[in-house]
Write a protein that binds this ligand. Structure first.
Ligand code: GDP
Ligand code: MN
Length: 359
């Protein structure tokens, strides 16, 4: 799961890193409590925002109002813009690149540093070599010294860099991240190391260890048509559960039409789109919805089902199993909307098969 920049920064702050003074806004603004100049940054789960125009500077209230209006008015890199991060601009001395990531080949966490961070990091790493260090037991004095030397920073910055590297290590290991990246890590004219941008990829497989409460991310949605003549459509979260659902439908003697993998997060819009596609499959008589909520929240799934019921014409019969995170809330929402759930996948499949045979 990829966090939004502001969420990633919040985590880094928790582990002792410095981040700029900031605000989050969800609608165009005419005023900010921060002092100008401010940097206005689109919050979408994608990189390359700067180059696409999603990172802008405002010198005063007039520019602030104009830019926030503009950024909210159109999608960026195919993502709808629903939130902006406003930050006090930093006086930049130097932009650095620093990350810790899981290297599967090395079976180890690896530290990557580059002395020319910023938007052109890909180009920069072609011209000069990044520093790459294996971190098997974590960062020690030697690691800090190597990075200091590589960046050619003045010795007075050693304690600050140690705090940054330790913090990244803690964030990566304690939060179960696959990647924590700061690009740029800005050295300000005042001599502070501050995270101007942050990217964190959490390991979905470790979700059970945490109580992750992050903004809904566009899920890695997948819609796969298996058989145009199939009579039962299905929606599940995770490829394994989707496969099990298909198998159960087949075992009940019915023909699966498709599967839709809701993915890790919950994307209400994406799910409603999927219901639309299923409703358009001519032969489909029932949809099995099989959710085992982890990161996926049952109440959000319920919301998507209710919206689909209200907005999709000719929605086939729904056979819903909803269990896991927020299942009580999810079931209550559905009940209030007059939509029934079933206790097990077997019940869902049996009911779907019955529907197919009755029409
Ligand atoms: P990305 O393009 O999605 O990686 O967005 P970033 O958040 O990295 O922003 C792009 C660029 O904007 C950075 O590489 C910096 O050069 C610049 N930038 C970001 N924050 C600040 C800031 O607070 N002050 C200044 N002067 N520049 C910034
Ligand atoms: Mn960046």
């Amino acid at each position: 799961m990829r966090l939004l920049e502001y969420e990633a920064k919040k985590l880094l702050k928790k582990w002792g890193l410095s981040i700029p003074e900031h605000e989050i806004i969800r609608a165009p603004g005419s005023d900010t409590a921060l002092s100008f100049p401010v940097i206005i940054k689109v919050q979408i789960p994608k990189g390359g925002r700067g180059k696409a125009g999603g990172v802008q500077i405002a010198q005063n209230n007039i520019e602030y109002a104009r830019i926030t209006q503009l950024l909210f008015s159109q999608p960026l890199l195919d993502c709808p813009v629903t939130m902006l991060l406003i930050e006090e601009a930093l006086a930049v001395q130097q932009e650095l690149y620093l990350s810790i990531l899981l290297d599967r080949n090395e079976q180890s966490l690896v530290l990557l540093a580059h002395a020319q961070g910023g938007m052109d990091i890909e180009a920069a790493s072609k011209h000069s070599k990044p520093l790459r260090l294996l971190l098997d037991t974590g960062p020690n004095k030697k690691v800090i010294q190597k990075v200091m030397h590589y960046y050619a920073l003045p010795a007075a910055l050693t304690p600050q860099l140690a705090t940054v590297i330790d913090g990244l290590w803690q964030a990566c290991t304690q939060e179960d991240a696959l990647l924590v990246e700061v690009n740029p890590l800005i050295l300000t004219k005042q001599g502070q190391l501050i995270c101007a941008d942050a990217k964190i990829e959490l390991d979905d497989a470790a979700a059970f260890r945490h109580n992750w409460q992050f903004e809904a991310q566009p899920a890695s949605t997948q819609f796969v048509i298996l058989n145009e003549h199939g009579t039962i459509a299905s929606m599940a979260n995770g490829a394994g559960l989707a496969m099990a659902t298909i198998d159960a439908i087949k075992a009940a003697g019915a023909e699966p039409a498709n599967f839709f993998d809701v993915g890790g997060g919950t994307n209400v819009g994406g799910m409603v789109e999927a219901f639309k596609k299923m409703a358009a499959l001519q032969k489909v008589k029932a949809i099995v919805v099989n959710i085992f909520g982890g990161i996926t929240r049952c109440d959000e799934v319920a919301e998507a089902i209710i919206t689909a019921r209200q907005t999709v014409a000719y929605l086939p019969k729904l056979c819903i199993r909803l269990t896991g995170t927020n299942e009580t809330e999810g079931r209550a929402l559905l009940e209030r909307a007059g939509i029934r759930t079933l206790p097990t996948l077997a019940d869902c499949v049996a009911e779907a098969a019955k529907e197919v045979h009755s029409v």
